[in-house]
Design a protein around this ligand. Sequence first.
Ligand SMILES: Cc1cc2nc3c(=O)[nH]c(=O)nc-3n(C[C@H](O)[C@H](O)[C@H](O)COP(=O)(O)OP(=O)(O)OC[C@H]3O[C@@H](n4cnc5c(N)ncnc54)[C@H](O)[C@@H]3O)c2cc1C
Length: 490
Amino acid sequence: MQKKVVVIGAGFSGMAAATSLAQQGFRVTLLEKHDRPGGRARSFTAQGFTFDMGPSWYWMPDVFEKYFNKFNKTTADFYALQRLDPSYTIIFGEDDFMPIPAQLTQVYSLFESLEPGSSQRLKTFLDQAAYKYEVGINKLVYKPGRSVTEFLDWQLLLDVFRLDVFQSMHQHVRKYFRHEKIIKLMEFPVLFLGALPQNTPALYSLMNYADIALGTWYPRGGMYKIVEGMEALAKEQGVDFCYNQEVTSFNSEGGNINQVITATNTFDTDIVVAGADYHHVEEKLLLPAQRSYSEAYWQKRVMAPSSLIFYLGINKRLENLQHHNLFFDEDFEPHAREIYENPKWPTNPLFYVSAPSQTDPTVAPAGCENLFVLIPVAPDLEDNETTREKYYDLVMQRLERLTKQSIREHVIFKRSYAHQDFISDYHAFKGNAYGLANTLMQTAILKPALHSKKVKNLYYTGQLTVPGPGVPPSLISGQVVAHEIGLAYS
Ligand SMILES: Cc1cc2nc3c(=O)[nH]c(=O)nc-3n(C[C@H](O)[C@H](O)[C@H](O)COP(=O)(O)OP(=O)(O)OC[C@H]3O[C@@H](n4cnc5c(N)ncnc54)[C@H](O)[C@@H]3O)c2cc1C
């Protein structure tokens, strides 16, 4: 008889787990609190604008391709991808914009123009990073993190120094480059991992390979096209989606969960996969004796930052903006300290603006611009309307000055999103935006485990377990947990 699996949460990880389990022959029901899939990558429409709520950077296209290929599909069966050129622009100050070209030869020229001799060093740096990407993304991240023995294969042991696990990104980048702008460019991708370059293993220079060599892509229609594609594929594989089903508790028997309970239904099950935030499932859905980790454990985790976001509809086209714009016109060090060391609302934050309507006319009415403005901030801050407005003014004033145009008076739609929304929408621990930081002490077997230590048939997936935050890792996480369940139950 087919075993029944209930998956909680229709984010990338939950959908990847559900679809992979259905492919293996499990009978899968997916319970989602919201009325649609996507989780942190949901979208909404308002006044003719379509806003992606979370992720906007499509990196590591091979990971998406590999996922769809598992089901004899390609991404092109579900959405059309376009490589962005420039990949993105870094704004260092007034009239000081640095577009990062998609062509590798042009990136070499850019480096050479800033720091003579650096293009050759970039080549060496990227060759190493390519190797790390190959081992990291094709080998390491697919390991379930059950025990250290998984990492004891000869090749990996021989490679441990080549992979730069014990050196920080901060040191690594400075061994190759001196120019301040190059250092900022090379350290920026680490911010996706939710930790400082000082605390991130240089293994993650694989992110520079992803950035510079593999490129920044965009699914026409927006990032939500990926979600729609994954939902369609899951349904094809037989996953039963139940929306507006917030899980509130479990019934258990003999050390296993046998029923998953929502406000309106009870679902019998043989296995549970929790793709909702790990801390929420542990602390709010399980009984104390069933929890693998104490509250003290969670308090000691380094969380990735939260975010203050503004979704803005503008009634004119804007100048001097590209699809992805990083405003690095302030010093990152004080902002970073205000995120990680002395958490508080930042004094002079860096910020990021995405203007997808620069590439894609379908996400805004004709003659209008769609803006997503994001300020990374510490988790667990007091979040209220007054603070949000203060930062809106601060950032918009900088945006107007640096891009030399009036914007605020042309805003016809505005919605803000921060800690309180992450908590009420996703039960996010401390209002985190993207899970646990990828520090060395929170990598692989040192992450919250994907199999519960107390409840035999309970598994976890998503950005708080292996391999970590981001869309590609969440996709991988779902596949890894499905594989583990396949091994345990076949
Ligand atoms: C603002 C922002 C920007 C980002 N930018 C990027 C980017 O550019 N590129 C990139 O690769 N990554 C980015 N990320 C990270 C990426 O979006 C996430 O790592 C990824 O989407 C997490 O997927 P998940 O499946 O782990 O979790 P989620 O997407 O959070 O999914 C969990 C699901 O569980 C549901 N749920 C919660 N509790 C319950 C319950 N009790 N019952 C039923 N359902 C429940 C939630 O509603 C949700 O749908 C960004 C994230 C944010 C927030």
